[in-house]
Structures are given as structure tokens and as C-alpha cells.
Design a protein around this ligand. Structure first.
Ligand code: AMP
Ligand code: GLY
Length: 422
């Protein structure tokens, strides 16, 4: 099979690493990719949402399957673009169509979907300029904290949690005025759920599904979960508190009703589903759906999958996922993200990364990297994700931390407390 993988982060390097091991692979292209993916396939300089160029490339290179890493092209309708074109409709797309991608593309849609399908989530109200009074009143009649979410995609920045009703009112007004552009013209206000978070993943062909290993990621920039939110600073899998009883509850109360809800609502969904959950005293609640793998969760989940990933994807495309086998490696995998100093605020790019080849006991997944004149340089906030196996997450982490010392670039930063709360 000829594969075109879309994206350029650590998640995509991990997907490329796994796809590269498949017996079914003929050629692998990555658009746009990074310095890591370039060692596993051929990078193609096309933006993730330039559907016309991606379509042209796919047609000319006889691509059999597109694997979509990030959410933006899915929410913008890359799958629909391919299936609606006569020339491209034979190409399989791993990732939902636009309607399914609304589970991530609109918080209001996702919350209403969960309400219709009896899936446990926070109580919520949706506010736009027309009913702003309802929102303002809510803050007076409800105890804090207040959770405000921009309805649309906001690159991980669209959730604001506040303790003060006055500040919440101000924030609501700012958001409706367009603080996050079109994304916050509608704001969802949610009940605050208290508990510990966990990320759960499934792969589905629209009928059957496979549950992938669970993970926990660490989103804040600072140790002890302090400071600004980032894309993710590290992750571990498995998650010690996710025992069989809890995981069974998740399947019964959340995964099954989600798949069945999609079927009932005639939403054909092919691809990854990511359930961002909160464990409230042993009861799982959904705080968000994503329509892709997580990043850096992919860097710990995919190394634990014992399968030919293209064979699984083939099952997704051809409605035969139920016949495929997915084994799970019982070892732990942990990943530590090396980021550019200043991230998630402003930071420099173009710093040379040294000692990448000195790492022996870990897998080095590239995120924001680029190869220029034979040198590998930083090209983003999140730079390198170091994943390691171990007998438990502490053991795995100690390998990743050894490698984090070895790899170097100017103003390198990483959290030294991944897993601190487990
Ligand atoms: P999101 O961008 O949807 O991942 O949300 C960012 C973070 O906000 C999550 O990781 C949670 O820590 C927090 N969060 C979102 N929704 C809620 C909620 N209803 N109650 C408590 N915390 C929440
Ligand atoms: N690590 C969180 C995400 O991928 O959304």
C-alpha cells in the first residue's frame, strides 16, 4: 500500500514509525512531516489543510490510504473532500468525515450528542450573544469554579476555568466578542468536575471498535501541574488507577454508547476516537472528545500496540476491523517532551539539536524538528518526545530521563515530575 500520512508532530513520527514496520507498506509519504519522519518515508512539503494539493499529490502517487494525524484537516472536511471527488474517492481515509469530526470541532455539538445518548458528562449551557443574560445569571446562581469553553477549535487554548463570578462574566463577554475568533462566538459553560484525568482511545470502522491502551498526559508547562496549558509535556501508559472495573465502566458507559450513538445518528465514523475523561470517585465522565490520537499520548500508546497498524487500518477502511487482532504489550511506556525555552509562550527556533544518535535505550520521536544542511534544528515549541519501555512507569521514565540529559539544544526544558500524581 502507498500511504500518505498528514501532520508533522510527535504523534505523526510515532504513526510513521509503526506504519514503517508493516508488511503491507510499499511507500510512505508524510505531509509535511519533520526530521524524524524523513528517516522513515518521504516528506512532502504540503500543508495539512491544502486539500487541493494533497489530492493532486495522492492521485499522482497512486496513494491507497490517507492517515490523518491532526484535527484541523478533519474538522475542515479532508475526508469529505476525498470521498466526494470522482478521482479520489477510491482512496481510503483514516479519520472521520466532517460531521463526525464535529465531536471535536464543536463543544456544543459534542455535549448535545452526549445528552441525547446518555453518556456521562458535565451539566452545561450553551451561550451566544442572543442569550448572554442566561450565562451572566448562571455565574450568580452557581458556586465556582466556572468552566468556560470556546465552542470551536482553539489550538488547546479555548478552555478557561475561573474562581470568581465577576471575572467569569468578563471572560464570557470577551469570548463572545471573539477572543478566540469564530470559535468563541458560542461558549459552553460547564459544571466543574473534580477528579483525575485519563485519556482513552478507540479505533473504529463505524461498527466495531478496538480499545487501545489508556494513557495519562501532563498538560501544564510547570511541575506539579502548574502554569500554562501546553499540547502535553509527557505521558505514561498504562495508568495505574485504571483497573479492570474502571475500564469496564468506561467501555459500557462511554465507548459503546458513543459508537452506537454515531450509528443511530447516521454518522459514518472511521478512525481514532479519543475520550478525554475525568475519574470522579470511580465514575468516568467525558470532558472532551477528540477525533484523532492524542499527542504525546500516541508516543506511549502506539509503542504498546502489538499489531500491523496498516492491517488494522485496512480493517477500518473495509469494515472488517472485528476480524483483526490487537495485542497489547504488558510493559509500561513513558514519554518525556523536550521543549524550547519560553514555550507555550514565545520561543526561538533554529537551535541545533545534538547527541540524538547517542540515545540507546529509548525511542526518540521528533516533534518540532527540521533538517537543514545536514543538521537537525528545532522548529517548534515541542521538539523531541523521548519514549521508553519499562517494567512500570517509573522504570520507563528513568530511561527517558537519562536520554533527556543526553540530547541537547539551547534553552532545552522538560518536566522532571511526569507521573508525580500516580
Ligand atoms: P480541553 O481543552 O477540553 O482538554 O480542556 C482543558 C482542561 O480543562 C482539561 O484538561 C481539564 O483539566 C479542564 N476541564 C475541562 N472541562 C472541565 C470540567 N467540566 N470540569 C473540570 N475541569 C475541566
Ligand atoms: N495531549 C492532549 C491532546 O492531544 O489533545
Amino acid at each position: 500500500m502507498n500511504i500518505l500520512l498528514i501532520g508533522s508532530g510527535g504523534r505523526e513520527h510515532t504513526l510513521a514509525w509503526k506504519i514503517n514496520q508493516s508488511n503491507k507498506l510499499t511507500r510512505l509519504f508524510i505531509a509535511p512531516g519533520n526530521a524524524g519522519t524523513a528517516s522513515l518515508g518521504e516528506n512532502v512539503d504540503i500543508k495539512v489543510d491544502d486539500f487541493e494539493m494533497l489530492g493532486k499529490f495522492a492521485f499522482e502517487h497512486k496513494i491507497d490510504m490517507i492517515v490523518v494525524g491532526p484535527e484541523v484537516p478533519l474538522v475542515k472536511g479532508i475526508h469529505d473532500y476525498f470521498s466526494e471527488s470522482r478521482e479520489l474517492s477510491q482512496i481510503a481515509v483514516i479519520g472521520p468525515q466532517k460531521r463526525g469530526a464535529m465531536l471535536e470541532g464543536s463543544k456544543k455539538f459534542a455535549n448535545e450528542f452526549m445528552l441525547r445518548n446518555n453518556i456521562p458528562t458535565a451539566k452545561f449551557i450553551s451561550i451566544s450573544k442572543n442569550n448572554i443574560e442566561e450565562g451572566l445569571k448562571y455565574f450568580e446562581s452557581t458556586p465556582p469554579p466556572f468552566v468556560l469553553k470556546a465552542d470551536g477549535l482553539a489550538a488547546g487554548k479555548g478552555v478557561v476555568i475561573l474562581d470568581d463570578a465577576g471575572k467569569a462574566k468578563e471572560e464570557l463577554k470577551l469570548m463572545l466578542e471573539g477572543k478566540f475568533g469564530e470559535s468563541s462566538k458560542t461558549v459552553v459553560i460547564e459544571e466543574f468536575l473534580k477528579g483525575i484525568e485519563i485519556s482513552i482511545f478507540a479505533l473504529t470502522d463505524g461498527q466495531s471498535y478496538k480499545i487501545l491502551p489508556e494513557a495519562k498526559d501532563y498538560k501544564r508547562i510547570g511541575e506539579n501541574d502548574t502554569g500554562l496549558n501546553t499540547g502535553g509535556m509527557g505521558a505514561v501508559s498504562p495508568v495505574p488507577f485504571a483497573d479492570k472495573i474502571f475500564l469496564d465502566r468506561i467501555e459500557k458507559r462511554i465507548i459503546k454508547p458513543t459508537i452506537q450513538g454515531l450509528i443511530k445518528e447516521n454518522i459514518v465514523y472511521k478512525g481514532f476516537l479519543y475520550f478525554g475523561l475525568i475519574n470522579c470517585d470511580g465514575n468516568p465522565y467525558v470532558i472532551e472528545y477528540n477525533v484523532r490520537m492524542g499527542d504525546p499520548e500516541a508516543e506511549v500508546v502506539i509503542p504498546r500496540m502489538e499489531c500491523d497498524l496498516l492491517d488494522l487500518f485496512d480493517g477500518v477502511a473495509n469494515n472488517s476491523l472485528a476480524e483483526k487482532q490487537l495485542g497489547i504489550d504488558i510493559r509500561s511506556v513513558a514519554t518525556v517532551m523536550l521543549v524550547s525555552g519560553g514555550y507555550p509562550g514565545s520561543y526561538d527556533k533554529g537551535k541545533e539539536i545534538s547527541n540524538l544518535n547517542e540515545v540507546k535505550d529509548s525511542i526518540v520521536f521528533h516533534a518540532g524538528t527540521k533538517k537543514v544542511d545536514g543538521k537537525i534544528i528545532t522548529n517548534g515549541g515541542r521538539v523531541i518526545s523521548i519514549s521508553s519501555y519499562g517494567k512500570d512507569f517509573r522504570d520507563a521514565l528513568s530511561n527517558s530521563y537519562k536520554a533527556a540529559e543526553i540530547i541537547n539544544f539551547e534553552k532545552k526544558y522538560y518536566r522532571r515530575d511526569i507521573g508525580f500524581d500516580l
